[in-house]
Design a protein around this ligand. Structure first.
Ligand SMILES: Nc1ncnc2c1ncn2[C@@H]1O[C@H](COP(=O)(O)OP(=O)(O)OP(=O)(O)O)[C@@H](O)[C@H]1O
Length: 459
């Protein structure tokens, strides 16, 4: 059974070094979290799986890494300056501030008062000063989403790669939003990462591509270990849609705090490229866009049939890395009662996501031959390139197993006297014990077969 309480996850994450509160030793900075030694591995593995599925396994997607600091005009013409807001209310009683659409029963969550101000729009973008002189006009925004960097590089990528429709540009990176009320651990934070794809298509084929991407993204999340019964595709109703979207499907996940958005997949028509292009009037745009006298680039591509310049439609699957990490931890967290009545906590992560792939444990840390052999086995497994191999020489095998269960290490390899040919059974020379995280079963494997044995089971 997955985790049902956020507290259990928060506690495991801190105890074992996955995730810590940001600026912790100075009292914390609300809405920020730091990824620790194991959290960074899990997060990197999740991002690598996304990149593999989006870029390497396809022939129609290119990658990009645009800058976080963004020119004001980009976010003016994207519409963010005017409309990237949440409705904010103040509690007149205790002076706290809330996001109006998240308040249950229109009551202050802190003091219970219903004496609240009228909601007013609060822009979520962070500004920062660029250069040595702080004056009006010398500021830039920290991007609130990675997508705009893709749109502003559309012409660069097309010119550099000669891509034709349909094709996509993928990007993983940080985004910043000054959320009014960050909450629920890493679910809603002020600094987070997104994995976004902008997939450009010929108008008329957009509905079909939209459905295909919804299916592909749901399947990808299942491939990361999320169960179908905890995932839901929610089709936004007409009055919920953003003004630029023709259709949006949210992938919801059953987080410990409720069924909430993990990823959004929107059909954004030609709104984005249409907003950023020069020469809007001649391009037959279907979206209603604000005039743009600032852009220097014509963001078109030849129509696949007529070859006339066309502003393509875009389908955008946009996923949160941090929400992905939280969903995966929720799903993997398992509490088991063993036959002897003791409790075992095990993170049943898919092996490709596990922060540590194999732990190598010498039975005794004060026996040089065993230590040497264990280190050689670590080196042998490292050479296969399967990821992080952890040399664990605390000397207590039982405790080592428990620790690795809790952090999701799929295999523990124990090196003992039998490995050296010094046990009762001489035929065990050069064999090790491989313990499986989920079944706790143990197999005796020859060192020559170890890398293959583990690699076959790490998929
Ligand atoms: N404050 C945040 N903290 C963590 N992840 C976020 C945050 N805001 C957005 N994301 C992630 O980025 C993805 C795409 O962003 P999008 O703008 O569609 O979110 P959103 O619809 O504004 O989210 P919400 O309605 O929950 O505020 C979301 O599905 C989510 O996974």
């Amino acid at each position: 059974m997955p985790a049902t309480s956020m507290d259990e996850l928060v506690s495991l994450c801190k105890r074992r070094g996955f995730i810590f509160p940001g600026s912790d030793i100075y009292g914390g900075l609300q809405g920020t979290y730091d990824y620790g030694p194991l959290g960074i591995e899990l997060k990197n593995n999740l991002k690598a799986a996304w990149w593999r599925a989006m870029v390497y396994e396809r022939d129609d997607v290119e990658g990009l890494d645009a800058s976080i600091l963004t020119h004001r005009l980009v976010l003016r013409h994207s519409g963010h300056e005017a409309t990237f807001t949440d409705p904010m209310v103040d509690c007149r009683n205790c002076k706290s501030r809330w996001r109006a659409d998240q308040l249950k029963d229109n009551k202050c969550e802190k003091c219970g008062s219903t004496d609240l101000t009228e909601p007013r729009p609060f822009n979520l973008m962070f500004k920062t000063t660029v250069g040595p002189v702080a004056e009006e006009g010398s500021f830039a925004y920290l991007r609130p989403e990675t997508a705009q960097g893709i749109f502003t590089n559309f012409k660069n990528v097309v010119d550099a790669t000669s891509r034709r429709l349909p094709f996509g540009i993928a990007q993983i990176g940080k985004a910043f939003r000054n959320e009014i009320t960050p909450r629920n651990f890493i679910f809603r934070v002020r600094e987070f990462e997104q994995m976004e794809l902008e997939f450009f298509v010929q108008p008329g084929t957009d509905d079909e591509w939209h459905s295909q991407w919804v299916e592909a993204r749901l399947q990808w999340w299942r491939d990361q270990g999320l169960l179908s019964e905890n995932l839901q595709a929610y089709h936004q109703a007409g009055d919920e849609l953003a003004h630029y979207a023709k259709a949006t499907v949210d992938i919801l996940y059953q987080f410990p705090h409720g069924l909430e958005e993990l990823e959004g997949i929107a059909n954004r028509t030609d709104f984005d490229l249409g907003s950023h292009t020069r020469g809007q009037a001649d391009l037959g745009l279907s979206a209603k866009v604000e005039p743009n006298e600032d852009s220097t680039a014509k963001l078109t591509i030849p129509h696949p049939e007529t070859q006339k310049p066309l502003v393509p439609f875009v389908i955008e699957p946009s996923a949160g890395v941090d929400r992905g990490v939280l969903a995966i931890l929720t799903e993997a967290f398992t509490k088991e009662t063993l036959e002897n009545g003791s409790e075992r906590i095990v993170l049943k992560l898919k092996p490709h996501l596990a922060p540590i792939k194999v732990a190598v444990l010498p039975l005794a840390r004060n026996k040089p031959e065993i230590v040497e052999k264990a280190k050689a086995i670590k080196a042998l497994l490292m050479a296969t390139g399967i990821g992080r191999i952890f040399y664990e020489d605390t000397g207590n095998i039982g405790k080592g197993y428990r620790r690795h269960d809790e952090v999701g290490t799929p295999f523990c390899v124990t090196v003992d006297f039998d490995t050296l040919g010094r046990g009762d059974d001489a035929s065990l020379l050069d064999t090790v014990t491989v313990r499986d995280r989920d079944t706790m079963s143990q197999a005796r494997i020859h060192i020559n077969e170890l890398a293959t044995y583990i690699r076959e089971r790490l998929v």
